[in-house]
Ligand binder design. Structure first.
Ligand SMILES: NC(=O)c1ccc[n+]([C@@H]2O[C@H](COP(=O)([O-])OP(=O)(O)OC[C@H]3O[C@@H](n4cnc5c(N)ncnc54)[C@H](O)[C@@H]3O)[C@@H](O)[C@H]2O)c1
Length: 314
C-alpha cells in the first residue's frame, strides 16, 4: 500500500469489471478515495446490475480508503454531472477522473445499424466528453486535476468496428484538445490503449473476427503483437494499473497530452500525428492545382514507401 494519492478523490467509470476495476483498486492502493461508477450491463451495453460497482467499492474500502458505488450511465449528460458531483460532495473534491467504461457492437459497416453506431459512440466518446465536461468545471476552479481516458489501438484502423474505432479515435483527439485547453489550469489529460484479457477482448466472437482479419492480411505486425499480448493467459490489467496511478499522481504534473499503450509487459508511447512529407508551390500562383501534376507528384513526393493497407482481393 502506497500513499502517492493520499487525500485525492477519484472517479473511475467502468469500475465494476476488467480494466476499470483494476484501475480503481490500483488508485485505492495508493490511497485515493474512489467513486466506482458502473452501469453493470452486458458487453453490448444492454441491461444493468448494481453488484459489479458494489463489489469494487467494497474491495477498495478493504484497502483502507473511502469508496462508494455509482450506477450511472456515462452516456447521459445529467447522470455524468451526478457522478462528478457525488465525488465532490462525498469526498470534498474531484482530483482524478479515469474514463474507462466501454461496450462493443461489432459489425462490418455495410451491416451496421445506425443504432449500433450511435450507442458505441454514445458510451465511449460522448460518455468520456460528458465526464470531462463536468469534471473540468471543478478542476479549473481548484487549479488541479488528472484526467486519464481509455482509447484503443483500434483507433489507428480496425476492421468490423467502425463505430468503436471512430469513437476511440475521437477520444484521442479529445485528449489532445483537452490537454491543451486545461494545461494552463494545472489539469493534465492523457490517454492509454490497454492490452488486457477481459470479457471485451477475449471470446468466441472476437476469436473468429481476429482470425478473419489475420487471414485477410488486414493486421499490421505491431497490432498483431498487441493482440497476442492481449490474449495471453495472465494478461491481467492489474499489472499496468500502477502506471495509471503514476499518471494520476503529482509526480506526473508535466505529462500532458500523451497517448500510451499499456500491458502486463509493455508500456509504450504513441507518436503525435505529424505531416511527414509535403510538396509546396509559390503562394502567388493564382490557379487550382493541376490534376495531371498531382497524379505525378503524389506518388513521387508523398507516398514513396506507402502501401495500401487493404488492397482489393483477387
Ligand atoms: N480489454 C482490452 O484489451 C481493451 C483493449 C482496448 C481498449 N479497451 C477499452 O478498455 C475499457 C474497459 O474495457 P474492459 O476490457 O475492461 O471491458 P469490461 O466489459 O470488462 O468492462 C467495461 C465496464 O464498463 C461498464 N459500462 C459499459 N457501459 C457503461 C455505461 N454506459 N456507463 C457506465 N458503465 C458502463 C460495463 O458495465 C463494464 O463493467 C473499454 O473502454 C474498452 O474499449 C480494452
Amino acid at each position: 500500500m502506497g500513499a502517492r494519492l493520499k487525500g485525492k478523490n477519484a472517479v473511475v467509470t467502468g469500475a465494476g469489471r476488467g480494466i476499470g476495476r483494476a484501475i480503481a483498486l490500483g488508485l485505492a492502493e495508493e490511497g485515493a478515495n474512489i467513486v466506482a461508477c458502473d452501469l453493470g450491463g452486458s458487453m453490448d451495453g444492454s441491461g444493468t446490475d448494481t453488484s459489479p460497482a458494489n463489489l469494487t467499492a467494497q474491495d477498495c474500502r478493504a484497502l483502507g480508503v473511502e469508496a462508494i458505488p455509482h450506477y450511472g450511465d456515462v452516456s447521459n449528460f445529467q447522470m455524468a454531472e451526478d457522478i462528478i458531483s457525488t465525488c465532490a460532495s462525498t469526498f470534498g473534491s474531484i482530483d482524478i477522473l479515469c474514463n474507462i467504461a466501454g461496450i462493443l457492437r461489432p459489425r462490418m459497416i455495410f451491416n451496421m445499424s445506425e443504432e449500433e453506431f450511435d450507442q458505441v459512440v454514445a458510451v465511449h466518446l460522448k460518455g468520456t466528453w460528458n465526464l470531462c465536461r463536468h469534471a473540468c468545471v471543478r478542476m479549473k476552479d481548484q487549479g488541479s486535476g488528472r484526467i486519464i481516458n481509455c482509447t484503443s489501438e483500434a483507433y489507428a484502423g480496425t476492421v468490423g468496428h467502425t463505430n468503436y474505432g471512430a469513437a476511440k479515435g475521437g477520444i484521442v483527439s479529445l485528449t489532445y484538445a483537452l490537454a491543451r485547453e486545461m494545461g494552463r489550469y494545472g489539469v493534465t489529460c492523457n490517454a492509454f490503449a490497454p492490452r488486457a484479457r477481459t470479457r471485451l477482448s477475449v471470446g468466441d466472437d472476437q476469436d473468429s473476427g481476429l482470425q478473419k482479419r489475420i487471414q485477410a492480411g488486414l493486421i499490421s505486425e505491431e497490432r498483431l503483437r498487441g493482440m497476442e499480448e492481449t490474449r495471453k493467459e495472465g494478461a491481467d490489467p492489474e499489472y499496468f494499473a500502477p502506471f495509471i496511478a503514476y499518471l494520476a499522481s503529482d509526480a506526473a504534473a508535466d505529462i500532458n497530452g500523451c497517448v500510451f499503450v499499456t500491458s502486463r509487459a509493455t508500456i509504450g508511447l504513441w507518436n503525435h500525428p505529424q505531416i511527414t512529407r509535403k510538396f509546396t508551390r509559390d503562394w502567388e500562383i493564382d490557379a487550382k492545382w493541376d490534376i495531371d501534376e498531382l497524379q505525378r507528384l503524389v506518388p513521387q513526393e508523398l507516398l514513396l514507401d506507402y502501401e495500401n493497407p487493404a488492397p482489393p482481393q483477387k
